[in-house]
Design a protein around this ligand. Structure first.
Ligand code: ADP
Ligand code: ZN
Ligand code: ZN
Length: 730
């Protein structure tokens, strides 16, 4: 049978975990690539995305089914995005449908129209009254609304809660009106900065001018110590791009998308900004996505997935904290947004600026080999000081809640001087282990190879790996004894101890446990800035990117575990965290001190970091990676599998290894199978097989062969497996 007249073929991708595309019949004129259609698939009806118009079908014409109906009159994804996604599907060897659908907001995946919702906007009302001085949030909200109406979602992203708006409405200071968003033409007249900019340091000026002069694809790595003014470089590098009417994409880590960040870009340019992150509702996400796509957003600030968004006039990509692990997706389509951003910049022939105080080894290597141009900020702008680093030996000293007498004395001194001190401990809860003093019983999670963390205030045991929780047992379930003791330190315990040791100062803890309520994190940060608290205790949440000018002492507790942790990236991650935390000290005019309390003060890595800084450390560590043939001097691909039965995992990977070995290209090493670092998690056994090569092509070839073998393996049906290209965690 041939194709009926008046019809043609469309090739589509479907949201199914199959490594292929599908062909359907469709009446002429055919929908363009990037349009969605409804198609029959098995006994279901699915949304499909057209990716091409094949001349010959990939199956017997007699079996080809017709498209059911069209959804879009015009493509939702343009040629640039289709090209990027096509490349990504091939590179990551991931089912193409899952890759393409990742780039669509959920509502579009469900077949909804690609159109804005009628929105409710908050408007400021002309009024000669103002909220009372202590109503800080109400005042902030009115300030924001002075630039034009905003949706509740946009306001929420800037830290304004619904109750604040309700109060404004009650006092007739603002009101809510419904209308379609008015596309604002921000491109004419050409926009420019709206506030006074600081005079750049020589290093900043050089960096800005090099980025501004770049034309076409040019990757830059901006390595600047914390507080050296990287954001100022971003802001000024953006000016000519925006002035020429092109959009800028600013990517930030999950944790970095704070109201302060957005406000800084808002103040500087006064242009429409859209934010894309995981906390948006489906509808908000679609609207934000549409405003990138139609060009009505000048600046787009987003987390990982923002990279896959279509842009009308993309002119520059900036990736802040480019080393951050959150840029790599850890499930499903495991792409690295930084790596794909580089590809996107190349495909669209635009500059890209990666910035960090602690660049990833991959990026440092690319800078050293001349692939990226390295821009360095080694100084803080005049007025700011840098911190002194000290290693405190905690061997043989009596610790109180993990704090040595020396550290306590230093804290006392700073606090007495009216300063704030920050203690960093990357473990929430009261104690990471609960044990019975009588018989040695340990509270272990039944579903993981892990201990429960004891949360004393909530009277619960909580597994941080599978999220399982249970009440604290009243007595030892093994011997009935009632001496249950916590061992090890968590933030809750340090908080409790410090409240007792320094009753005259107020203490605040910042971790995921006490910031769950919406807006509470912001509230705590405001409180810290306003000087309400003197002692700050927190996990990474507190360490990342926040500026507290009155913090003069930063101490890291109990980090020794991180020094000896499993995979080869552990030291890189530790160093990044250390510098990040250390960067909280002495950012403003006050000198700062960084204390690392350790049982291993002579550890070469610690010495190197504390005395020579990250750049030096990184180059020493890179030389080691080169000798060991590890990434970035080689490339890796990891096959992971999991199943409730250990034997199923082992059988799957053993069969795979056996069949793969004779077909393995010479340049590819096959390592394993071995168990994951935590062999059992949430009731699943986890095993993996690592392929490694210094040649990408050969590695990809080996992976394709492995995938072909897996397709034929009956053992593959008894496990859940996945392929992770460039894995960040082994
Ligand atoms: P980074 O992003 O590198 O941590 P920021 O860009 O946030 O640093 O700058 C740190 C602080 O220094 C900010 O308060 C910023 O306003 C200020 N700053 C940046 N550049 C200059 C400059 N050239 N002169 C004076 N202050 C500056
Ligand atoms: Zn017991
Ligand atoms: Zn668990």
């Amino acid at each position: 049978m041939s194709i009926p007249s008046g019809h043609g073929l469309v090739r589509v991708v479907l949201p199914v975990p199959l490594r292929r595309e599908f062909d359907y019949l469709c009446p002429l004129p055919l929908p363009e690539p990037g349009c969605r259609v409804w198609v029959p698939f098995g006994n279901r009806k699915l949304v499909a995305l057209v990716v091409g118009h094949p001349s010959d079908p990939d199956i017997d014409t007699a079996k080809i089914k017709p498209v059911e109906c069209r959804i879009d009159a015009a493509p939702v994804l343009g040629p640039a995005e289709l090209r990027l996604l096509n490349w990504a599907a091939r590179y990551y060897l991931h089912p193409p449908g899952e890759v393409y659908f990742q780039a669509l907001p959920t509502l579009l995946r469900k077949g909804e129209a690609a159109a804005y919702r009628r929105l409710e906007y908050w408007h400021r009302l002309a009024s000669d009254r103002a909220p009372p001085a202590q109503a800080i949030r109400q005042r902030q909200a009115l300030e924001l609304l002075a630039n034009g109406p905003m949706t509740q979602g946009e306001l929420a992203a800037r830290g304004i809660a619904g109750t604040v708006l309700a109060n404004l409405a009650k006092n007739a200071l603002a009101e809510k009106r419904e209308h379609l968003p008015e596309p604002r033409d921000w491109r004419s007249p050409p926009p420019g900065p709206q506030e006074e900019r600081p005079r750049l340091t020589t290093e900043q000026a050089l960096a800005v001018s090099l980025v501004q002069q770049a034309s076409g694809f040019s990757p830059f790595l901006l390595e600047g110590i914390t507080g050296s003014g990287k954001t100022e470089v971003y802001l000024q590098a953006m000016e000519p791009v925006l002035a020429s009417g092109r959009q800028v994409l600013v990517m930030v880590p999950e944790i970095g998308l704070t109201p302060q960040t957005i406000a800084r870009f808002q103040r500087r340019f006064g242009l429409p900004i859209c934010t894309l992150h995981s906390a948006l509702s489906e509808r908000e996400r679609l609207d934000a996505w549409l405003s990138c796509r139609d060009g009505s957003a000048a600046i787009v600030i987003g987390t990982r997935s923002a990279l896959l968004t279509p842009f009308q006039w993309l002119g520059l990509i900036i990736i802040d904290e480019e080393h951050d692990a959150s840029f790599k997706q850890q499930d499903g389509f495991r792409y690295h947004a930084r790596d794909l951003a580089l590809l996107r910049a190349r495909q669209q022939d635009i500059p890209i600026l990666l910035g960090s105080a602690t660049p990833s080894f991959e990026s440092l290597h690319n800078a050293a080999s001349g692939k990226y141009r390295l821009l360095t900020l080694s100084q803080r702008p005049a007025g700011a000081t840098t911190a002194e680093h000290r290693l405190l030996d905690s061997k043989h000293v009596q610790l109180q809640a993990g704090l040595s007498p020396q550290l306590l004395a230093l804290m006392e001194q700073e606090l007495a001087g009216g300063n704030q001190v920050m203690l960093f401990l990357n473990r929430r809860g009261y104690a990471p282990v609960l044990l019975c003093h009588d018989c040695g019983w340990l509270a272990d999670c039944e579903r993981c190879d892990a201990h429960y963390t004891w949360h004393k205030s909530r009277q619960r045991l909580h597994c941080h790996h599978c999220d399982h929780q249970r009440p604290l047992p009243p007595a030892c379930p093994q011997c009935g004894g009632n001496q249950l003791l916590g061992t090890g330190l968590g933030t809750e315990q340090v908080e409790q101890a410090l409240t007792g040791l320094f009753p005259q100062y107020s203490t605040i803890r910042i971790d995921r446990d006490n910031t769950r309520r919406k807006g509470s994190f912001e509230q705590h940060l405001d409180g810290i800035r306003a000087g309400k608290y003197q002692i700050l205790i927190g996990t990474q949440m507190l360490a990342k990117g926040h500026h507290f000018p009155d913090v003069t002492l930063v101490a890291m507790l109990d980090v020794d575990g991180a020094l000896f942790a499993g995979d080869f990236r552990a030291t890189e991650r530790f160093a990044q965290l250390y510098i990040q935390v250390a960067g909280r000290a002495g950012r403003a005019s006050k000198p700062g001190r960084v204390i690392l309390q350790t049982h291993h003060p002579d550890h070469a890595l610690l010495q190197d970091l504390a005395n020579q800084g990250y750049h030096h450390f990184a180059h020493t560590a890179l030389a080691e990676r080169r000798r060991a043939g590890l990434p970035p001097f080689s490339f890796q691909a990891l096959f992971r599998c999991q199943a409730p039965q250990q034997a199923a995992c082992q059988a799957f990977l053993q069969h795979l290894t056996q069949q793969l070995h004779p077909q393995l290209p010479a340049a590819v090493l096959c390592l394993g199978p071995f168990s994951a670092q935590m062999e059992r998690k949430a009731g699943q056994y986890r095993y993996q097989l690592l392929l490694q090569s210094d040649q990408r092509r050969e590695l990809a070839l080996a992976c394709r062969r492995a995938l072909a073998i897996i397709d034929t393996l009956p053992a593959a049906r008894k496990v859940r497996w996945s392929l992770d290209m460039d894995p960040q965690e082994l």
